[in-house]
Write a protein of this length. Structure first.
Length: 133
């Protein structure tokens, strides 16, 4: 995932000041969760839930390995993130990405996310979406 992000966003440092935080402190229980999906004991996708407030979470670090793309893995991952977010008590989920990741924007919108204003000041994002869970 990191290698692909670095190839799309040349020079971007995900840990730089001003970037939204998405490390172990933000993505682990009790308020978050990190999910890894496997196929034949090989990790093929991952994604995380980050608490924004008591009712709103953010989906972070969604990634599907190239060999698993085009088979609905991303949609299944997104569905599992939504299920887990509801289980954690969240009522809405937000996410961000960039126009350079057009397939991600398409997935999110086809899954019911609607464009919203920039909610997290992510300097690398141009698309911000939200969905009621």
């Amino acid at each position: 995932m990191r290698a692909e992000v670095e190839s799309i966003y040349v020079g971007l440092d995900l840990r730089a000041a001003g970037m939204p935080k998405a490390g172990p402190d933000e993505l682990n229980p009790p308020n978050g969760r990190f999910i890894v999906g496997y196929e034949n004991d090989v990790a093929v996708c991952c994604g995380a839930i980050k608490r924004l407030d008591a009712l709103i979470c953010e989906f972070k670090r969604m990634y599907v390995a190239p060999q698993a793309r085009g088979r609905g893995v991303g949609r299944m991952l997104l569905g599992e993130l939504e299920r887990c977010a509801r289980e954690l008590g969240y009522r809405s989920a937000r996410l961000d990405t960039d126009a350079r990741q057009a397939a991600a924007v398409h997935l999110y919108e086809s899954a019911g996310f609607v464009p919203i204003a920039n909610y997290n000041a992510n300097p690398a994002a141009t698309y911000f979406g939200e969905k009621r869970l």
